[in-house]
Design a protein around this ligand. Structure first.
Ligand SMILES: [Zn+2]
Length: 168
């Protein structure tokens, strides 16, 4: 049994019903190729800029995958490849965590793990500990998300594929 859930265009809300056949990776069925063509045609007709962006990014990333097969010592080429890789990372990262969300989670964890501070000194210690943990987690997040490695792509470049802010 397959459950058909229509795909909805993020730009205009138009819905498209996917094929009843399940998608098989590395074995594209004609129904899915046709469905993909339908989605592409919709973008070509109504959202040309988004299609152009997807096409350009795809070609750039394909070049990176090809370049990985070579030892490239030219620093400009290395920079280009890393920037292209980072853009894919930026668009495909599923979650972003804000500083506020990290602080909230640290506070909750401390509430669960520690008793209420009995005096001012313990309160000060708890605040320092909370700030230190939140700072550490923020730094780890920045490394994992590669924040600010390059100037962020514009909203237009990201389209609506930008990651969800602060998923729980
Ligand atoms: Zn649309």
């Amino acid at each position: 049994m397959s459950i058909l859930v229509p795909s909805k265009c993020r730009h205009c809300g138009e819905k498209f019903l996917p094929p009843a056949e399940p998608m098989v990776l590395n074995d594209p069925r004609p129904e899915w190729a046709k469905f993909c063509q339908t989605l592409t045609t919709h973008l070509a007709k109504k959202h040309k800029r988004e299609l152009t962006f997807a096409d350009f990014q795809g070609r750039e990333y394909a070049f990176v995958l090809i370049a990985l097969n070579y030892e490239i010592s030219d620093p400009e080429m290395q920079k280009f490849c890393d920037f292209a890789r980072w853009k894919v990372h930026n668009v495909t990262t599923r979650a972003r965590v804000s500083d506020e969300r990290i602080k909230e989670r640290v506070e909750r964890m401390l509430d669960e793990e520690m008793e209420d501070p009995a005096n001012d000194e313990e309160t000060t210690t708890r605040i320092s500990l909370s700030n230190a943990i939140a700072k550490l987690l923020s730094e780890m997040r920045d490394v994992i998300e590669e924040r600010d490695l390059y100037p962020a792509p514009t909203a237009a470049q990201n389209g609506n594929l930008a990651p969800n802010p602060d998923p729980s």
